[in-house]
Write a protein that binds this ligand. Structure first.
Ligand code: PLP
Length: 259
């Protein structure tokens, strides 16, 4: 029997309840983990628009993290929306003191409705300060392309492997590129690691359901496995299996609601 893990989520709120910290709490609860959290920003949003972003003052973000990590119980950290350069700096300054803590970094750059959640200046600071701290970066394809372009200072190469290499060269130890935005009847996530040979592939059937907050939920599920001592590849595999189960549940619910 694995122990009940304690996680820390550093993330923003989404008033619609779809993404952000609400999704992290749902995922952690479902997996029997205790979730502590440091709120970085309050957003007013629906599935179609983000109308307000209120950053939590960095000193308060710092204090939430400091107290969460103070007793040594947290086994892994997931980072979602940071929102500003000042918050990126604050979080990095603190987490650099915990080199043994697994950190899953979900690069939240925009909402599905299209609003930027990290501007260009903050993205540059994010690349410089956060990538070297991450045990795992979990971009979707648009996020990978944005990061690779910002690092390269030019249009990035077309291939996913080359874009992942650029991100690894900037300091991330491993990158899980999520295939949700691709076409095809299977959704395949690819894990690239520094010094690794071929990437690991984790596939699942592509299910006909739109769901928000999937990036938040996946990174939380991976954190649970890491906090329980699983390897990075095993944690990504468990995260994918769990995410597929959540998608299947959403499909069932949609068909019940529709019928
Ligand atoms: N809003 C917040 C606060 C988030 O943390 C995220 C993603 O992590 C989003 C919005 C974007 O989620 P989605 O792509 O489901 O719109």
């Amino acid at each position: 029997m694995k122990t009940r893990p304690v996680l820390l989520a550093i993330a923003g709120s989404d008033s619609s309840g779809g993404a952000g910290i609400a999704a992290d709490i749902r995922a952690a609860h479902d997996l029997g983990a205790t979730l502590r959290f440091a709120l970085t920003a309050v957003t007013a949003q629906s599935d179609r628009q983000v109308t307000f972003i209120h950053p939590v003052p960095p000193a308060i973000v710092r204090e939430q993290i400091r107290l969460s990590l103070g007793d040594g119980a947290v086994g892994a950290v997931k980072i979602g929306m940071l929102g500003s350069a000042a918050t990126v700096e604050t979080v990095a300054d603190l987490l650099v003191r915990y080199p043994d803590l697994p950190i899953v970094l979900d690069p939240v750059m925009a909402s599905s409705s299209g609003r930027r959640l990290l501007d260009d200046v903050a993205t540059a600071v994010f690349i410089e300060r956060m990538l070297p701290l991450a045990s795992l970066l979990t971009p979707n394809l648009p996020e990978l392309e944005i990061l690779a372009a910002a690092i390269a200072g030019a249009a990035p190469p077309a291939s996913i492997a080359e874009q992942a290499d650029i991100v690894l060269a900037a300091g991330a130890k491993a990158v899980l590129v999520k295939g949700g935005h691709e076409q095809g009847d299977r959704a395949v996530d690819r894990l690239f690691q520094v010094g690794g040979d071929a990437p690991n592939h984790f596939g699942s059937p592509r299910l006909p359901v739109a769901m928000r907050g999937t990036g938040c939920m996946l990174s939380t599920a991976i954190c649970v496995a890491l906090a329980q001592g699983d390897s990075l590849a095993a944690s990504c595999r468990r995260g994918k299996i769990q995410m597929t189960a959540w998608f299947e549940r959403a499909v069932e619910k949609a068909s019940r609601d529709g019928g």
